[in-house]
Design a protein around this ligand. Structure first.
Ligand SMILES: Nc1ncnc2c1ncn2[C@@H]1O[C@H](COP(=O)(O)OP(=O)(O)OP(=O)(O)O)[C@@H](O)[C@H]1O
Ligand SMILES: [Mg+2]
Length: 320
């Protein structure tokens, strides 16, 4: 019993199960067949469950937010990595710096230094802001909590501020990456003259909570309307990371990654890439998918320049 409890306290499943097996064997020796059998069945069940949770490496077992938090946060356990994204070197260096400082935070804190934890992602739609947050969480094996702003913003601003506080309590209590996606929604109502003062109060309480927060969680706010945000906000973040439309090199990287399952040797990239100009990462990914579908339905596996160009032109027309 003592060995059993010790291994349970230490969380050592292996020892726990082996002690339990010894107990089952002992009961069998004593002629207590039914008890021995019951113990053995339970041990088998325990083993099956451990195997199930261990068969998904990198997967975290995360408690779903409960109570009122369930309406404010949604949780995911991303498996995406930064290497899965097509990123310009400057951007990938900045994101890697975040992961490095998070991994080495103990060392930094020992020297009274703070890892960068509060990030603002700005840039046009479809350029990878949400995806980067997911990849950062995946890279650091952190659960990704997305703040559901529609649950936070209510007609009653006092209530909104109280809900924000609940979110920041969770940030402190449960380490993770907390994403305030489409963050401008918090400030967007400011144009409605009637509640200018109210919204300002909500933003101010966000700023205060952000400033006070000294948890181990990462906080990411993302927006494609940075002009809607108060300048006072920018100073509160440890890093403001700017996303831009992809240049031709990156565009070709995105297309090729998406088409990795197909044969692209026949593609004349110098002829195709001018068609990609001005399209976002999301639009390029979509065009690649359309081209792939065409090829599959034609019963081929060769992507041609023509198919790709047509898909890109179609995307461009759709985005105008
Ligand atoms: N760097 C990238 N590498 C590969 N694919 C990308 C990249 N960035 C974006 N994509 C593709 O574009 C899609 C949309 O990206 P994402 O949702 O991250 O954009 P966003 O910047 O958050 O846009 P919005 O401002 O509209 O929320 C992704 O699901 C992915 O398919
Ligand atoms: Mg987004």
């Amino acid at each position: 019993m003592i060995a059993l409890l010790k291994s349970h306290i230490e969380g050592d499943d292996k020892v726990f199960l082996s002690v339990a097996m010894q107990a089952a064997a002992r009961e069998a020796r004593l002629g207590h067949g039914a008890v021995a059998q019951q113990l053995q069945d339970l041990i088998e069940e325990a083993k099956r469950r451990t195997a199930n949770t261990q068969s998904r490496p990198g997967q975290l077992v995360v408690l779903e937010p409960r109570g009122e938090l369930a309406n404010l946060l949604s949780v995911q356990t991303p498996t995406l990595r930064l290497a899965d994204m097509a990123l310009p070197p400057s951007l990938s260096e900045r994101l890697e710096r975040v992961t490095l400082e998070h991994r080495q935070q103990k060392r930094l804190r020992e020297h009274a230094l703070q890892p960068r934890r509060k990030l603002l992602f700005i840039g046009p739609p479809g350029c990878g802001k949400t995806m980067s947050a997911s990849a950062l969480a995946g890279e650091l094996h952190l659960p990704l909590f997305t703040i559901m702003l529609e649950g936070i913003i209510t007609k009653f601003m006092g209530e909104t501020a109280a809900k924000l506080k609940l979110v920041f309590d969770a940030i402190r209590q449960t380490p993770g990456l907390y994403l305030f996606d489409e963050f401008d929604a918090l400030g967007a109502h400011r144009t409605q003259a009637n509640d200018v003062g109210e919204i300002r109060r909500v933003l101010n309480s966000f700023l205060q909570l952000l400033e006070k927060d000294c948890s181990n969680s990462l906080i990411v706010a993302a927006t494609n309307h940075p002009q809607m945000l108060d300048r006072a906000l920018f100073r509160r973040f440890d890093d403001v990371i700017e996303y831009t439309l992809p240049d031709p090199n990156l565009a070709s990287d995105i297309l090729q990654r998406k088409l990795a399952m197909f044969d692209t040797t026949a593609v004349d990239w110098s002829g195709v890439l001018p068609e990609a100009e001005g399209l976002s990462h999301a639009e390029l990914a979509r065009a690649a998918e359309e081209a792939a579908k065409r090829v599959v339905l034609d019963g081929s596996k060769y992507i041609t320049s023509g198919v790709l160009q047509a898909a890109l032109r179609e995307r461009k027309a759709a985005s105008r």
